[in-house]
Design a protein around this ligand. Structure first.
Ligand SMILES: [Zn+2]
Length: 428
């Protein structure tokens, strides 16, 4: 059955980081036609109503229809410790993160948190995400089962740690990391809308043997993404140097063990040496920018414009619970603020691109999600651009779509999410 959703429609025809607002398409009175979980057509409302006269219509009025948001780096097990006070990265992991991750030894706990996480993500308009789990296979099972039950396109992997730097209870071995990751990969990768991601937490919590084992697993499954953390804080980089004295730099601790490639997604990548930057560009790796996390934990200012100009694929991410919000709107606002501190004003079209089409490119999903175009999977959201009195009074003065959208980017939250469709089915 064909159905129509009416509203303002925002989509992308090109890379907005390279081409700015000209890359976006805006239909002031538009429509999206859905059929069997996919987008059949996008265009002016009048044209689509004439083409599909029998299709039932959901008229969202002047709400803005967009592809659902894609969160390219999140730790769903940290849902309950979001907004924990007063620490920088290494202390923050030891004080808040690791004790919470230990609780995922209990599958019932994993199941409860996975449900809460998906409730929150969808309420904020996030329809796809790439998550770290914990060392426990049950944490991966809980995440994928919940995603599958809701029909969400989701990616995740078992977080591997085997060094004494990780606490007892959250440590495996090189062999266990390989075996358990492989078993989960074989069970979940490509099942329905799910993908497995090979996930060493980061080089300070893995031995060279474990990195090598996960590098081998990736070589056996090159279509999988590999995600890890890179150059988040200056203290962390010094720590990596002390643990890997032979390494040329932080990226080299991955490169040496087969964990550098075109399907790699590195979180943060704030303090890169010129060699690291050159190698990332050369292999076509991608970067997940986590601006609320970078300011919250005091990590530094990611160079969004510079990375994109160098040809790197970049997507936005909450990094919950190091990040301080589940909202990709708040994440866009933080990305804008961080770029401002580096002297660059990212255009609203670029911020939106980084949270949708650009994020999909980062996760190699650009043929499936992240845009409103014929053939794409029907994951979309409707935005209320006047969701609070403060936003409404500013948007009322807007003279174009970007002026109308920017107050929601800067001040909006889950109250702005007026509708969410996942695989063509309306969730809220
Ligand atoms: Zn992270």
């Amino acid at each position: 059955m064909i159905e129509l959703i009416l509203g303002q429609v925002l989509s992308f025809g090109a890379d907005a980081m390279a081409e700015g607002p000209g890359a976006a398409r805006h239909e002031a009175r538009g429509a999206v036609a859905l059929e069997a979980g996919r987008i059949l057509a996008v265009g002016p409302a009048g044209d689509l109503r004439a083409r599909y006269p029998a299709a039932p219509v959901t008229d969202m009025g002047d709400k803005l229809l967009s592809a659902g948001f894609i969160d390219t780096h999140v730790h769903y097990p940290q849902t309950a410790i979001i907004a924990s006070w007063g620490k920088r990265l290494i202390d923050w992991l030891g004080t808040y993160t690791f004790p919470e991750e230990m609780r995922f030894a209990d599958p019932a706990h994993a199941e409860r948190v996975a449900k809460t996480y998906f409730d929150l993500a969808l309420a904020h308009g996030t329809t796809s995400m790439c998550s770290y789990c914990t060392i426990h296979p049950a944490s991966v099972e809980a995440f994928f089962l919940e995603a599958e039950a809701r029909g969400v396109r989701a990616l995740a992997g078992r977080t591997c740690m085997d060094r004494a730097t990780a606490p007892e209870g959250l440590r495996d071995t090189a062999q266990a990391a390989y075996d358990e990751s492989k078993a989960l990969l074989e069970r979940w990768h490509g099942r329905n809308r799910l993908s497995y991601v090979i996930t060493p937490r980061f080089s300070p919590t893995s031995t060279p043997d474990q990195l090598l084992a996960l590098g081998s697993l990736w070589a056996e499954h090159p279509d999988c993404l590999m995600q890890t953390h890179l150059s988040e804080q200056v203290d962390e980089i010094a720590w990596v140097k002390s643990l890997y004295p032979q390494a040329r730099d932080y990226l080299d601790t991955y490169e040496t063990f087969g964990l550098l490639g075109a399907n790699a997604v590195y979180g943060h990548a704030i303090h890169l040496a010129p060699r690291e930057m050159a190698r990332l560009v050369e292999v076509g790796a991608g970067l997940a920018h986590c601006p609320t996390s970078n300011t919250f934990i005091g990590s530094g200012l990611f160079d969004t414009a510079g990375m994109a100009a160098a040809g790197l694929r970049v997507g936005l991410a909450t990094d919950t619970g190091g990040g301080s919000s589940f909202s990709m709107l708040r994440t866009m606002a933080a990305a804008y603020e961080v770029a401002q501190l580096r002297g660059v004003a990212l255009h609203p079209a670029q911020l939106w691109y980084l949270a949708t089409t650009g994020a999909a490119r980062l996760l190699r999903l650009e043929e499936k999600v992240g845009n409103l175009a014929p053939g794409m999977e029907a994951d979309l959201i409707a935005l209320d651009l006047a969701s609070t009195p403060a936003i409404a009074q500013r948007a009322a003065r807007a003279e174009n779509v970007w002026e109308a959208l920017f107050p929601t980017i800067m001040m909006g939250d889950d109250r702005a999410i007026a509708g969410v469709w996942v695989g063509g089915k309306r969730h809220r």
